[in-house]
Design a protein around this ligand. Structure first.
Ligand code: ZN
Length: 313
């Protein structure tokens, strides 16, 4: 359902707002919504459905839980039975990136064997990379701009996994046999729960709604909220705060060069189900001289931006 393409900034987003520590802590908390296959024998008498830990919209719990569990079991088994070297060979045979560090290779291989080989990027033909719950393109548009394609539901091939002949692995053979004639399950990532994953966010000054409200929004979508500006990914403040010269955390953020963004960054990120580039919501670039120079088309076309333009002319 999601085919997010972020068009706001290309270069501007690079580096600047890459969430730190966005590891794989949440990796296995969700999985496909459908059962792996329709024509599968009736397995598993309904396992008691646990309540969903992660907040999310839909309520297709059963299939989802089952498929997640199957994927987890599969991951466990494959780690036991298949060496990383063999995983690399299998990835290569299926035209996937096999060059990463062990962790990445294991993760990519699990994802590919269970959910199907990734197609190339629909925007640039580059390699898509599985980053826990997001798939990002590693390709480039040109020398200076990386491709921004990112999706939680990337295009996948439907052909069976190819295994090089020199790998004779009982586990893999059995798995392939078992998969014969079945389609791949759809990996359904609860992306809403991860929008702000790996981010520490501070709220500053008066906002259009209470801090408690915004805090809840951030927590519900995987982020953390910090009272101090120290070490945060960004500070969220209202433009009015800036106009007053900024109080408390605002001034400190400026000193530290921490990005200060408008509330719309939270609102839009949630709406678009992906953290939006901070640079596009920066409300101090017109205060801090070195922050200038963001091309107009990269500015957030929201009231703040217009306000800024109005103030400048
Ligand atoms: Zn691409």
């Amino acid at each position: 359902m999601v085919h997010e393409t972020r068009s706001r900034t290309h270069a501007a987003e690079e580096g600047k707002n890459a969430p730190k520590g966005q590891k794989e802590e949440h990796k296995e908390q969700e999985g496909g919504k459908e059962r792996p296959s329709k024509n599968k024998k009736p397995v598993e008498p309904e396992a008691p459905t646990k309540t969903k830990k992660l907040k999310g919209g839909e309520s297709e719990l059963d299939g989802k839980e089952n498929s997640t569990k199957e994927f987890e079991d599969f991951c466990k088994a494959i780690r036991e039975h298949l060496s990383v070297e063999d995983m690399r060979k299998i990835l290569e045979a299926n035209d996937q990136d096999a060059s990463g560090p062990e962790d990445a290779v294991v993760q990519i291989c699990e994802d590919m064997m269970f959910y199907g080989p990734l197609e190339k990027c629909p925007m640039c033909g580059g390699q898509l990379e599985c980053k826990g719950w997001k798939y990002k393109c590693t390709g480039k548009y040109s020398e200076w701009a990386s491709c921004i394609f990112s999706s939680s539901n990337p295009p996948r091939r439907s052909d069976p996994i190819k295994v090089p002949e020199d790998i004779s692995n009982d586990f893999v053979n059995k798995w392939l046999k078992q998969q014969e004639g079945k389609g791949y399950p759809k990996r359904d990532v609860d992306e809403e729960a991860h929008i702000f994953s790996g981010m520490m966010i501070a709220l500053s000054g008066r906002m259009s709604r209470s801090h408690a409200y915004f805090k809840e929004q951030i927590l519900n979508h995987g982020g953390k909220v910090n009272n101090s500006v120290l070490g945060v990914t960004c500070v969220v403040a209202s433009p009015a705060e800036r106009d007053k010269g900024g109080s408390g955390g605002f001034a400190e953020a400026l000193e530290r060069g921490t990005p200060v963004v408008s509330e719309n960054w939270i609102v839009d990120s949630i709406q678009k189900k992906e953290a939006q580039p901070l640079a596009a919501y920066d409300i101090v670039s017109d205060v801090v001289p070195e922050g200038r120079g963001l091309p107009l088309d990269k500015l957030d076309p929201s009231e703040e931006a217009i306000e800024t333009l109005a103030a400048e002319s």
